[in-house]
Write a protein that binds this ligand. Sequence first.
Ligand code: FAD
Length: 436
Amino acid sequence: MTAPRPELDVAIIGGGPAGATLGALLAMDGRRVAVLERDIHPRDHVGESLTPSNNAIFSRIGFLPKMEQAGFVHKEGVGWTAPRSPVWKFLAIRTSDFPAPGAVQTYSYNVERDEFDLLLLRHAHELGAKVVQGATVKRVLFEGERAIGVRVELSGGWEEDVSARVVVDASGRRCFLANQLGIRRKDPDFNQFSIFSWFRGVKPHPPGYEGFVFFHFLGLERAWGWHIPIKNGVCSMGVVTDKADFGKSGKTHDQFFESLVQRNRTFRAVMEDAVRIKPWWIEGDYSYQMDTIVGDGWLMIGDAFRFVDPIFSSGIDVATYSASYAFDAIVKSWSEGEEAAAFAEYERTVNDGVDIWYETTDQFYRLQQLFSRFSLDRRYKEDIARALQGNPYNPQNRDRARRVLKDMRDAYRDVMADPHNLLRPGALDVPAEARA
Ligand SMILES: Cc1cc2nc3c(=O)[nH]c(=O)nc-3n(C[C@H](O)[C@H](O)[C@H](O)COP(=O)(O)OP(=O)(O)OC[C@H]3O[C@@H](n4cnc5c(N)ncnc54)[C@H](O)[C@@H]3O)c2cc1C
């Protein structure tokens, strides 16, 4: 007697950008796929600035026209300001000046996540994925080592077991399966905390830079503010800092946010008449990785497999590309019958790509001035612009990024070896005795 055929080809836990993208790809391929989403969309979410590389995936699933119709703000580049620079003296990289080969368009988008996530999830549904909202996965079911389905709680509290050939965890930073298996490792170096909200009345960007995402540095290690224009004159404004800074401060959320805004002249000036229009949103403890991200009958995608500090807006890029590589791996495992090999290749590809994001972030935090120097240098400008565009899984992008990262590492070593180098952290600080 043969075992009954599983009800689904793929059960996906979570209907954020990762789960919805994979659902769309599998549905387009005629597979029986369900996206099980705990919340009812639209729901708020952090992460509003997209890399241009996402466009290639949106185009692959036929979603790009819907992005355009939604009227999201076009993002042509990124800029950053230093704490003590005069108001609106900034550095910027117009990423649209260096489109990746074959790029479908030069700009990307700043998105309201409630709207964007809903549109993408509905798109997966329209392509034929079974989308069930208000469906909380309580457990991934295993037979021996192999994942064979999920136990779901539906909105009335009823539980149901659903069998699937493959289970994919796309539960975001809840890391549902990694927690069930006890394989999530917190990053020892990045223990960030962030607080953000939406504001009206933020002063506009300088002409020619509308839609740019600005980062305002705060003169504290690993701390920065984000400034993302979204639709209808609203801006998403947030700050990221070491978690201990908030704990030590003894301040309320309002006071803490305000104290950080005051550290940067441009940030302070643009926020002068700003009015908050949403409750504060807090995020903490958010960098981690897993011991492994694939197994017998299961894979993890998006934030559920790894998360690095968001300074380069890498999150949705990781979500959509890991979904796309997971789709390739799943289909290959069925066509070639070599699941372990196909899933191992998936793991290597996505981890190699996210390693690039991680190292770029690490180099940036080591010495922001050096990173700025590289961004201005004609020899590296295009490499850095291309790195910020995303898709570090593409071998050409990966090699380019590795080259510039190596040169940055060498330059960092030289700077730190020279006690008189003015790029060293604190080199330009006035000694206390000279200030007296
Ligand atoms: C401070 C901060 C700033 C950021 N800024 C950016 C940015 O500017 N640009 C960018 O690209 N990224 C940014 N990110 C990252 C971005 O938020 C995420 O990378 C992105 O949302 C990941 O998508 P996902 O689909 O993997 O997870 P999510 O978007 O979190 O979706 C996961 C879904 O799974 C559902 N779920 C969870 N558990 C279950 C369960 N048991 N059963 C069923 N459903 C479940 C959740 O309800 C959710 O809808 C930022 C992150 C932080 C913390």
